[in-house]
Design a protein around this ligand. Structure first.
Ligand code: ADP
Length: 440
């Protein structure tokens, strides 16, 4: 931040928010100089500079505050129209259920948030999670948005129990190792059967985790979903509701979806609607693509180091480049075989039979693909050796990028992350035996 950076003082009245957008390489520092304020549910400390890059966010105050903003926002304005009163109302009711669950040693609330893309699902999820964390609860966050997940690389579905120390103003959450299943596509409609299969697997893992910890169980789960709400997307929402034993569905800004879900599941669970905040920013396809690329970059390189000197690394992490012989790595991809392809009568083909894990030919077209690395212990053997179908049930140990494939030398070059803690699963297994599910 240079010394002549623009400085603005923003006075926020009670129940108002300051919305701002930082673009490109710009950086903005925001300090709370008086009063109280929160960013998507996380309280700002007083007199501390928070640093923001490439983001669209809002700082809300219940009682009024003054903010000092240093640097150039592409967009900034204040608004007194926010859905915060409704969100805090939902939170209060969820917390009553948590207290009761804790006293009776039963399961806490299981909430699923749905709505079209850019309706504010991730934001409402974050606020509800952060409010629960502020009460000292340990809610489990399940992120099923393959396009823009908050917990791992794009293309994954993930889950993790959170604790108070996961809260962060500058990051979505501070995490170590969420359970992640690599779906490998930006839209669930690319292979809906696999999406549903992985949601079921993730749900089983979540249930196992909750069964072992009464406090986590009583804190319940909050599920963020993909923005696809028609056809395959709608079927996927119904599947997620059932697989994760949801008891409250929050529909953001879509009367039709609310009405459809209410008719489909309203007799067995509660469906409510919440207005979409005007602050939620509509992102173009180009921006979405860029955000996904940024997500991969952050996984390997971490965040940009502020004021890094030219001799220093610009980013937190320095990934390795590793070269392996073809025989040292197995790469697979999941295919959804149509009913006709599996040569069985209609009605006798279940999802597992349709989903086939097949080896991928190693060739130059794999360059730039991201592959999930699976722990060897998660791969089962059959009579002929390794059973690729067992990869379907395996969560990702971490991710690599295929940089190049040389068919002359039969060698493959990988970019491998190198960091102790991050937003993603780490601790990659033995690379000599690495097994990947690769997706272009
Ligand atoms: P969805 O999950 O439905 O796609 P998001 O919650 O990710 O939508 O919101 C889309 C974008 O709008 C995100 O960049 C988010 O940070 C931003 N956003 C959400 N609420 C606000 C707000 N009140 N003011 C400014 N930006 C916001």
């Amino acid at each position: 931040m240079n010394e002549e950076a623009q400085v603005d003082r923003i006075i926020l009245k009670p129940n108002c928010e300051y919305r701002f957008e930082v673009q490109g390489e710009d950086e903005v520092l925001i300090r709370l100089s008086s009063g109280t304020a929160e960013l998507f549910g996380v309280e700002l400390a007083k007199d501390r500079d928070y640093r923001f890059r490439k983001c669209q966010l809002a700082i809300f105050t219940w009682h009024g505050c003054e903010l000092v903003v240093t640097g150039k926002c592409a967009v900034s304005y204040t608004s007194d129209e926010t859905p915060m009163a409704s969100i805090v109302n939902i939170h209060t009711q969820l917390d009553q259920i948590r207290i009761k669950a804790m006293n009776t040693k039963t399961a806490g609330p299981r909430v699923l948030i749905t709505g079209p893309t850019d309706s504010g699902k991730s934001t409402v999820t974050q606020i509800l999670l952060n409010y629960a964390l502020r009460m000292g609860r340990k809610p489990t966050f399940v992120d099923l948005d393959v396009a823009h997940g908050l917990l791992s690389v794009p293309g994954t579905i993930t889950a993790t129990p959170l604790e108070t120390n996961c809260m962060s103003v500058e990051d979505d959450f501070i995490l170590t190792a969420p359970i992640a299943y690599y779906f490998g596509h930006a839209s669930l409609k690319d292979i809906p059967e696999l999406y549903k299969y992985q949601v079921t697997e993730l749900a089983k893992r979540v249930d196992q985790r909750l069964a072992n910890d009464a406090e986590v169980n009583a804190s319940g789960i909050i599920v963020n979903t993909s923005g696809l709400i028609d056809n395959e997307g709608y079927q996927a929402i119904l599947h997620c509701i059932q697989a994760l034993h949801i008891d409250l569905v929050i529909v953001l800004g879509q009367d039709r979806l609310y009405s459809e879900l209410n008719s489909a599941v309203g007799s067995t669970l509660t469906v409510i609607k919440l207005p979409r905040s005007d602050g939620v920013v509509q992102r173009s396809n180009q921006l979405r693509h860029q955000l996904r690329m940024d997500g991969f970059h952050t996984y390997f390189y971490g965040k940009k180091i502020p004021n890094a000197v030219p001799t220093q690394s610009l980013y937190e992490y320095s990934p390795h480049v590793v070269e392996l012989a073809f025989e040292d790595i197995n790469i697979f991809r999941v295919h959804d075989l149509k009913v006709s392809d599996v040569m069985l009568p209609v009605g006798q083909v279940d999802d597992v039979q349709r989903l086939r894990v097949l080896p991928v030919d190693k060739g130059p077209e794999l360059a730039h693909c991201i592959a999930a690395v699976i722990h060897q212990s998660n791969v089962k053997d059959d009579d002929l050796g390794m059973d690729p179908q067992s990869l379907l049930d395996a969560s990702a140990a971490g991710f690599v990028q295929i940089k190049a494939v040389n068919v002359q030398t039969n060698r493959i070059t990988l970019l491998v992350p190198c960091h102790a803690t991050s937003r993603m699963p780490t601790g990659l297994p033995n690379y000599d035996l690495a097994t990947g599910i690769c997706v272009c």
